[in-house]
Design a protein around this ligand. Structure first.
Ligand SMILES: [Zn+2]
Length: 378
């Protein structure tokens, strides 16, 4: 930085003025400096003007439901959604690169099927007890498996992803958790605790030979079944993502979901209807995993709502700031396939969130952490 005629206290006073809400332009005009000089000052003097910095203050959790076609196969078909799924092949390396640039530690809650290189290996390791959903379309076993699933990950990138799992594992920052073995629906009629236990057991077993110790879980469709938490704990799971504490987001069976709730949730992504959903580091409760509620689903870029993108971004940034300033947790989640199309727009949006994270990290010690690591702080 060039030598300046201003004293340190003048510089700190200018920065404080901006923090109090006075426009940067106005401050710069008064002092006769450029915006660039002001931001140079800000970068250099941050440690002086905010003595509370560097104290641990709040956590930023990112979890991704890594599922490919298994998470959507009963709702969409390849013809309409296949591009999103195939896009995941480039989304994962781009996410890892972006996360690396911002020193993000994420949890990739991964469907067990994705670990397999081929169908034969997968069929050999099916759980001994399968869920018997009343709604047959929910089961990936049986006819779907026979007709839709290809022979290996080279020919069928819709259902297998051992290459991507390996890529995540090769970066030391991140955690691989589970999104169950088969994208298992824990609140649906017909399945039960015994078949859930078998499913979870298979999810843990498929990861183990790769040296991956599964310790966190995200329940598919956010169907958090409180009666299953003890089973999770017994099987070594220490962290579970639960839902936002609001009637808008509580766990429900697919039959009980309604349009109105969906619409209000959509609006809540743009304007603050339901609060920040930030919370202190969760407390430990005996014999169940630590519950780490979601704060917000990161909706994918939608060209029809282009006009409202800044609202959507500000909604997230404001809640992150709130968490950082109040020593709370902010938990953002989405699916890699949400970024499968409109990738540049989605990554540009994420970049803005992560730049804000960098700022909060610097100013308030807000830090990125995986679900399991947060659970160890409880
Ligand atoms: Zn899912």
């Amino acid at each position: 930085m060039k030598k300046t005629k201003f004293t340190e206290s003048q510089i700190v006073a200018a920065i404080k003025k901006q923090e109090s809400g006075i426009a940067t332009k106005e401050i710069c005009r008064e002092l006769g400096i450029s915006d660039a000089t002001f931001y140079d000052w800000k970068a250099k003097y941050e440690d002086i003007y905010r003595p509370c910095m560097k104290k641990a203050n709040g956590y930023f959790v990112i979890s991704l439901d890594f599922e490919l076609m298994w998470g959507v196969r009963d709702k969409v078909i390849k013809k309409t959604y296949g591009k999103n799924i195939l896009g995941v092949q480039t989304v994962i390396p781009r996410l890892l690169e972006t996360f690396n640039q911002h020193n993000i530690h994420a949890t990739f809650a991964t469907v067990g099927f994705l670990f397999y290189k081929n169908k034969k290996e997968m069929l050999d390791e099916f759980p001994s007890l399968l869920p018997n959903y009343h709604k047959h379309c929910l089961s990936p076993y049986g006819s779907y498996m026979e007709t839709e699933v290809g022979s290996d990950y080279i020919t069928d990138p819709y259902h297998f992803a051992p290459n991507l799992v390996q890529m995540i594992q090769d970066t030391s920052n991140h955690e691989i958790g589970t999104h169950t073995f088969s994208h298992y629906y824990c609140l649906e009629h017909g399945q039960n605790q015994a078949s859930f236990k078998e499913d979870l057991c298979a999810a843990i077993s498929v990861a183990k030979p790769k040296g991956i110790n599964i310790t966190s879980i995200v329940f598919p469709r956010n169907q958090v079944n409180e009666n299953y938490l003890k089973t999770c704990h017994e099987m070594g799971i220490i962290a579970v993502r639960t839902n936002e504490k609001s009637w808008l987001y509580n766990a429900r069976k697919s039959d009980n979901e309604n349009k109105l709730r969906r619409c209000i949730r959509l609006a809540d992504a743009y304007i603050n209807l339901s609060g920040h959903h930030c919370y202190p580091v969760p407390a430990r409760i005996k014999s169940i995993p630590i519950q780490i509620p979601s704060s917000r689903f990161l909706r994918p870029y939608n060209p029809h709502f282009n006009f409202f993108e800044s609202l959507r971004l500000n909604r997230i940034k404001k809640s992150m700031t709130y968490a950082a300033k109040h020593n709370k947790v902010y938990h953002l989640w989405w699916h890699p396939h949400n970024f499968g199309i409109n990738q540049d727009q989605n990554f540009a949006f994420l970049e803005k969130i992560l730049k804000h994270y960098d700022y909060l990290n610097k100013c308030y010690g807000f830090s990125s952490i995986t679900m399991s690591d947060l659970s160890r702080k409880a």
